[in-house]
Design a protein around this ligand. Structure first.
Ligand SMILES: [Zn+2]
Ligand SMILES: [Zn+2]
Length: 272
């Protein structure tokens, strides 16, 4: 029986003879159903029209579908001595992509910022001996393809290794997570933000939303909570969710200034 992938958001669904009727991620108010109606593709059909592009993004190996598919995010591979941590995921795992990751040391773990990027986590985990998949438990209702390797972690902090830790920031989703890599950016520290803090097009600031496509902002309390979740972390660089959407240096100050800017923008103060 085929496995099905949502054409609009890239989430995978369990094997079934017929495609699902709806996608809970697209039906949610943070996303939207395709204007032409909900459609699902088999894994094979998706692989016929899309390949995986594997290349570095600001010194970190990345993987994304080409041409762009669904939300279009890229995964990143944080290399450590005993294997890579895959940060965020893409909707497809191909033989070439798996071989490429194997050449980088294989996968020891997968961690995802939020349900929009769950993609083909089950396929990637299975290709590497059921590598653990760390998804925040508060978002478990959005797991469209349950898998034995999924670890629904709880609380606000989780260490994957000595240098790599997950921080639940909330905001965009209740379990929305960012990743901190102490050795990233040549030892200056890097924050992997997904779209929990969205790297803006000027690549010198970030912003925050409950829904990007439907323009639903976050309130001040949520943004203050995001800011406090990373306040103790040292980082000079932020990696966003798409190719090139990164703040290369000075990212800590840029983040803090972005929080101030955001809070001023939504305040009642008419001076602005
Ligand atoms: Zn969907
Ligand atoms: Zn999102």
């Amino acid at each position: 029986m085929p496995s099905w992938t949502c054409e609009q958001c890239g989430a995978q669904f369990p094997d079934s003879a017929a495609p699902p009727h709806t996608c809970p991620i697209c039906e949610d108010e943070r996303q939207f159903v395709n204007w032409k109606g909900q459609r699902f593709l088999t894994r094979e059909a998706l692989a016929q029209t899309h390949k995986l592009e594997c290349r570095d993004d600001l010194g970190v190996p990345g993987i994304a579908l080409t041409p762009s598919f669904a939300i279009g995010q890229r995964a990143l591979l944080l290399r450590e001595a005993d294997g890579c941590v895959m940060w965020d995921c893409v909707p497809l795992a191909t033989r070439e992509g798996i071989d490429h990751v194997r050449s980088l040391g294989g996968l020891k773990a997968i961690a995802i910022s939020h349900p929009h990027y769950y993609g083909a986590v089950a396929d990637w985990s299975a290709a590497f001996g059921d590598a653990p998949v760390y998804l925040h438990g508060d978002d478990r209702a959005f797991v469209t393809r349950p898998h034995r390797a999924i670890v629904p972690w709880t609380g606000d902090n989780f260490a994957i290794s000595d240098d790599i830790s997950l921080v639940r920031s909330g905001g965009h989703f209740a379990g929305a997570t960012m990743l901190h890599w102490r050795r990233g950016a040549n030892g200056r520290g890097a924050l992997f933000a997904g779209d929990i803090a969205m790297v803006a097009m000027d690549r010198r600031s970030v912003s925050f939303m409950y829904s990007y496509p439907n323009y639903i902002p976050l309130n001040a309390a949520a943004v203050r909570r995001i800011a406090s979740s990373v306040a103790q972390l040292a980082f000079d660089r932020i990696y966003g969710a798409w190719w090139g959407r990164n703040i290369e240096s000075g990212a800590k100050a840029a983040f803090d200034a972005s929080v101030v800017r955001y809070l001023a923008a939504i305040s009642d103060d008419s001076a602005r």
